[in-house]
Design a protein around this ligand. Sequence first.
Ligand SMILES: NC(=O)c1ccc[n+]([C@@H]2O[C@H](COP(=O)([O-])OP(=O)(O)OC[C@H]3O[C@@H](n4cnc5c(N)ncnc54)[C@H](O)[C@@H]3O)[C@@H](O)[C@H]2O)c1
Length: 292
Amino acid sequence: MRNSPEIVEFTVPDRPAAVVGAGTMGRRIALMLAARGGEVRILDPSAEQRAAAAGFVTDQLPQVAADIPGGAPGTVVPLEDLADAVRDTWLVVEAIPERLDLKRDLFAELGRTAPEDAILASNSSSYSTRLFADAVTVRPERVVNTHFFTQLPACRIVEVMSSGTTDPDVMKRLMTVLPEFGLRPYEVRGESTGFIFNRIWAAIKRESLMVAAEGVATPEDVDEIFRDTLGTPVGPFRAMDQVGLDVVLDVEEHYAKERPGTPEGPRQLLRMLLDQGYLGAKSGRGFYSYDG
Ligand SMILES: NC(=O)c1ccc[n+]([C@@H]2O[C@H](COP(=O)([O-])OP(=O)(O)OC[C@H]3O[C@@H](n4cnc5c(N)ncnc54)[C@H](O)[C@@H]3O)[C@@H](O)[C@H]2O)c1
């Protein structure tokens, strides 16, 4: 096991953190990282996204910081230039679109511009950092996956997964420090497409779709039985509608590519709905109707 004195001696939140990509996830990650009084830079090429993300963090931060022992609202700084965003940072989290070429280019640039001891993390849902850590020419062993899943106020999860060559001190550091930001880290103890929770969730979604495709139960019945037995606020079909059926299909196609023998039925049902323009809540119709 190699020691990285720079990382081990570092104390949070004396240095800024940066989030690259100010979309759905970037702004949520920035919100959590700003909850201990430190500075968080949020970088995005789109001025509209930067403004929306800064507004989102500013609105939510007082409540989120108040919920964390030792929490305090920090500052969020929207920026356009990568070198400005990563200067003096201890942590940079990437949350840009799910395209391997974009991630590779960004990590190569981060390797050149971020401080040598900064942890470089990716929030990618389906690409392990194993696929692009080698683009970082300076200390690639600081590259790691951090997969955030926050549904405030209660759910503040982050799954931490090695790239295969991540310095064990980086893993330890994150597992120790992230709870200080009100996050609950889980270590993924081996490379896993879908990390921990998304894999389990994928199985639930797939079997729910099979049950509906076979006519064994309606989506409403499945959701109802979930609420009755597990007490979840929504069942799998309502949850899929909220995520978007196009996104659900993309994720399922990705798993199917990795695992030959994955049943076709769930994807056929999703394709049938998508062909009719039913994308879920965002289009007004999915398994449920959202008119009005
Ligand atoms: N949406 C989710 O529920 C979710 C959950 C977990 C993980 N993820 C992962 O998080 C990442 C981001 O997903 P998202 O849903 O927030 O995406 P998004 O499309 O909402 O946001 C991406 C942002 O990145 C910006 N961007 C594009 N290219 C950039 C670049 N080169 N540098 C900086 N910014 C750039 C875009 O302008 C956009 O604002 C993806 O890897 C995705 O797999 C998403």
